[in-house]
Ligand binder design. Structure first.
Ligand code: G4P
Length: 527
């Protein structure tokens, strides 16, 4: 049996992020095909909530089912064990994606060549940059007309704040797309058509002066490629793995996921450069993967699809040591030992019971209501992993009980849905009223539907005027007391009993910032 160190060295756990429709699902599928994890295209279902599905709850339920199946997709490639963590595409579920990003060791960002950097990509990359997550960029849909490569790289640098270094370069585009020059492996990928099928042909070359380039793509394109490269050489830094691993340099690849073009080149580079499981900070200390004692944290909770059994699946990322089935582990928040008889591992979209798992792996644990997002499990040490922040919601509404006989059920339902991270709960300090904050309006309908179907409780909503939720940090008791006195109507507690200021407008937030200069108002719960 191999040692924990060897297992760690094999693991690559990452996420693919993009704006909806850039090609995340298609790319995931092609990667799984290379890993032999699936045999045919179309096997990975998109987890998108289709447009117009807002009131179609069957659709939402169906999507929930799919998203369990595709939460983690594992496969092997060149003797590496790769785990892709799925991130929801729909922006209303962005909070889910932020949390999943705490469990990845690196990311691939997919950008549509025609659309360039889009809003959702900006937000997600910002979250990655907060943690210095290593980022590889894949520019997709080169078979279509799109933006000029230089303009795109500029846009990526400016909008995403990344320093880029192209490791491949497109030759032509759209109708005239000839292929890709791959710097990483020093070859030419030709994009050709055979029997109406687009296929890739790989030609080994000896650098840019190789006359084979002229032979395959013609002199005109060859000259253009050489000229492009002189510029690339002058403008962009050389690839340096250390900088990439620190999140300071992002290699860029070009291709077309749909046509399976440039995908294997991306994967070949990824397995060589992407980081193995990284150490993670706990409140108490930094925990290293190679430590022999086990530790891990819950980054996602999924309610079971069967409403009659209210058990849930908690997704645990293993940080250190070896996880073993039927072994007692300490749930450090509630100080209770738990044992798992059926931990689940994920290979492609299949689940299976596992006896052991290693750092970088994700296991699914059946849970009857013990877990909350961010919880830590260890061999006994009292650790709490840091770093699952909540962000200020965009929408706020009071939640009211619509059936007085079912108050208990409603409270339990709200509690558990918040544990799952469906939305955030704020309780007003002055009157105890409950406010639900969400990223998108869709969640209110999901919550109402699930409260009724899973908990037998009914709720109504009422508008609550708030601009942002700000977590308050104070180094000055006097100012804090004054702030509390003046703003008592706007103060609430989050689920962890932290003080939150529900600013009703950007003006009032700015005023508070000016007047109470010894207090800090954070738009996320981690600071
Ligand atoms: P997402 O998960 O990021 O939301 O994107 P997804 O992979 O579902 O791709 C969005 C659309 O873009 C799909 O078309 C897909 O076929 C197309 N696509 C992906 N990669 C490429 C590419 O390299 N070139 C071209 N031309 N198109 C690409 P759709 O019509 O919306 O869906 P479908 O009916 O084809 O599934």
């Amino acid at each position: 049996m191999s040692s924990i160190q060897e297992e760690i060295k094999k693991r690559r756990t990452f996420g693919i992020i993009s704006h909806p429709d850039a090609g995340k699902t298609t790319l995931t599928e092609k990667l799984l095909l290379y890993g032999g994890a699936i045999q045919e295209a179309g096997a990975v279902k998109s987890n998108k909530v289709k447009k117009g599905a807002t009131s179609d709850f069957m659709e939402i339920e169906r999507q929930r089912g799919i998203s369990v199946a595709t939460s983690v997709m594992g496969f092997e490639y060149r003797s590496k064990k790769i785990n892709i963590l799925d991130t929801p595409g729909h922006q209303d579920f962005a909070e889910d994606t932020y949390r999943t990003l705490t469990a990845v060791d690196s990311v691939i960002v997919v950008i549509d060549v025609a659309k360039g950097v889009e809003a959702q990509t900006e937000k997600l990359v910002e979250v990655c940059r907060m943690r210095d997550t290593p980022i590889i960029v894949f520019i997709n849909k080169l078979d279509r007309e799109g933006k000029d490569a230089y303009d795109l790289l500029d846009e990526i640098e400016q909008k995403l704040g990344l320093t880029v270094c192209p490791l491949s370069w497109p030759i032509g585009m759209g109708q005239d797309f000839k292929g890709i020059y791959n710097l990483w492996e020093q070859n030419l990928q030709l994009y050709t058509e055979q029997k109406k099928q687009k296929i890739a042909q790989s030609i080994k070359i000896e650098g840019l002066d190789d006359p084979a380039i002229d032979q395959y793509i013609g002199q005109e394109y060859a000259t253009e490629l050489r000229e492009d490269f002189e510029l690339v050489d002058g403008v962009y830094p050389e690839f340096n793995r250390e900088s990439y691993l620190k999140g300071q340099l992002s290699p860029v690849f070009f291709g077309s996921a749909l046509n399976n073009f440039g995908v294997q080149e991306l994967l070949n580079c990824f397995v060589e450069i992407a980081p193995e499981p990284l150490p993670k900070a706990a409140e108490q200390r930094l925990v290293k993967p190679a430590e022999t004692v086990f530790s891990g944290f819950v980054f996602k909770i999924h309610a079971n699809m069967d409403p009659k059994h209210r058990d849930r699946l908690a997704f645990l990322k293993i940080v250190s040591g070896k996880f073993e089935r039927n072994t007692a582990y300490r749930h450090t928040r509630i100080n209770k030992d738990l044992r798992f008889s059926n931990p689940t591992a994920f290979m492609a979209s299949k689940k299976s019971v596992v006896d052991e798992a290693f750092p970088g792996d994700i296991v699914g644990l059946h849970d009857t209501g013990n877990f909350r997002i961010g919880d830590t499990l260890t061999s006994g040490e009292q650790l709490e992993f840091k770093g699952i922040p909540s962000f200020s919601p965009e929408h706020f509404r009071f939640i009211n009980n619509a059936d007085p006989m079912k108050a208990k059920q409603l409270n339990k339902g709200i509690d558990q849905l918040m544990d799952e991270g469906v939305a955030q709960l704020f309780t007003l300090e002055n009157n105890g009223r409950k406010i639900i904050g969400t990223v998108g309006a869709l969640q209110y309908e999901v919550i109402q539907y699930r409260l009724e179907h899973e908990y037998g409780a009914k709720c109504t909503y009422e508008n609550y005027q708030a601009y942002k939720a700000c977590w308050v940090e104070s180094n000055n008791e006097e100012q804090l007391a004054e702030f509390r006195r003046l703003k008592s109507r706007y103060l609430a507690r989050d689920k962890f009993d932290r003080l939150v200021f529900l600013a009703d407008s950007s003006f009032s937030l700015n005023m508070a910032r000016e007047k109470f200069d010894q207090l800090k108002f954070h738009l996320k719960s981690e600071f």
